[in-house]
Design a protein around this ligand. Structure first.
Ligand code: UFG
Length: 350
């Protein structure tokens, strides 16, 4: 159990899931220290603790931050996330996601920080077998990533297991399915640049803030022909990180858990939810399939429920979409919220 007020180093804490997790840590009585180079993160998203602007490949800066703040645990979000880009730029993905994680683990070993929670992904499973048309994906399913991104996440899990066994750390890998939605209070939300995810792109199309959505294939072997995913509210993901930090795991232990809802939602069902939240139809056209998109990815999350007592409570598609629409109507930062972000910066958010 992490003691109240303990400092938790959150690499990538100025990013989407990282910022929501910092809020949850703060509300749980912990002290998030954001470690982010702001290459993709937003200074205005850092509101619940101090900010250290540095890179995860800077092993020395990592170790100094861990020692200076007497860090009790690390949550590692820092990394690149775009699947398509990972295939074009494996150099960057292995450098940041794998060599960067090696720096984090080495610094933890040197600074004697005992616990890491790691952002992993459903991408480690690759293309589930055809018989998974209706079944849920368990943690024991075959792991054969089809993208460099997925491979960096699987490698990251293996590195943590090896460091834990050799040096007595303990690690929990959380395999996210489709993170979506935004903080209820409207202070933080999804602001990727460039944006590639379905829900923000469809909302921007519906609000007239972006071009029409292209649906990547309507000829999949699913009831309506579009891909099915398991969308989880980012606030539910955030609470899982707090639970994972407190999970009683012996030194040297490693656990991996899926975070999803067990409910699949198709692209057309997402669009219908957005139509109703925005109050007008989302403009879209049907295009070709995107490389590497499995027809259906839905998580079995019983392990997280059993081990962490975690259950998603905000992850109905209507709640996810409603919170995301509210954010995109008035983003506090990101492409459409630059002026407001500037204001937040000058007030100081750390
Ligand atoms: N989609 C569209 N049009 C778009 C964007 C997406 O039709 O403009 C479709 C995709 O084809 C897919 C679904 O919407 O069927 C969801 O796509 P996202 O890009 O929002 O999310 P992914 O399921 O591709 O990716 C998520 C995470 C990744 C992770 C992956 C694992 O964002 O980090 O799941 O499969 F690697």
């Amino acid at each position: 159990m992490i003691r109240s007020g303990a400092a938790i180093l959150v690499t990538g804490g100025a990013g989407y899931i990282g910022a929501h997790t910092c809020k949850a840590l703060y509300e749980a009585g912990l002290n998030p220290i954001v470690y982010d180079n702001l290459s993709n993160g937003h200074r205005a998203a850092v509101r619940w603790g101090e900010l250290v602007v540095a890179d995860i490949r800077d092993c020395f800066a990592l170790r100094s931050a861990m020692i200076n703040f007497s860090v009790a645990g690390v949550i590692n979000f820092a990394g690149l996330i775009e699947v398509a880009r990972s295939i074009e730029r494996p150099d960057l993905f292995y450098d940041i996601n794998v060599a960067g994680l090696a720096c984090v683990l080495e610094a933890m070993h040197e600074a004697e920080v005992p616990r890491i929670v790691f952002s992993s992904s459903a991408a480690i499973y690759g293309q589930p077998r055809a018989n998974s048309k209706v079944s849920l994906l368990k943690e024991t399913a075959a792991k054969s990533p089809i993208s460099t991104y997925g491979d960096t996440k699987l490698t990251g899990e293996r590195m943590i297991a090896a460091f834990s066994a050799a040096f007595g750390l303990s690690g929990v890998a959380l395999r996210y399915f489709n993170a979506a939605g935004a903080d209820e209070a409207g202070l933080i939300g999804e602001a990727h640049e460039p944006e590639t995810h379905l829900i923000p792109l469809a909302i921007k199309a519906a609000l007239g803030l972006g071009g029409p959505l292209t649906i990547f294939g309507a000829d999949f072997p699913t009831p309506d022909g579009s891909c099915i995913r398991d969308y989880v509210h980012v606030a539910d993901l955030a609470s899982a990180h707090v639970a994972a930090l407190n999970f009683p795991l012996a030194a040297g232990g490693f656990e991996a858990m899926n975070l999803g809802t067990g409910t699949g939602t198709s692209v057309f069902e997402v669009i219908a939810a957005i139509d109703s939240a925005v109050g007008r139809p989302t403009p879209y056209s049907i295009g070709r399939r995107r490389n590497g998109d499995p027809a259906r990815l839905v998580a079995a999350s019983e392990r997280a429920t059993r081990k962490l007592g975690w259950r998603p409570t905000h992850s109905s598609i209507s709640e996810i979409v409603r919170s995301a629409v509210a954010w995109h109507r008035a983003p506090a930062y990101g492409a459409e919220g630059r002026d407001k972000a500037g204001l937040a910066d000058s007030r100081g958010t750390a």
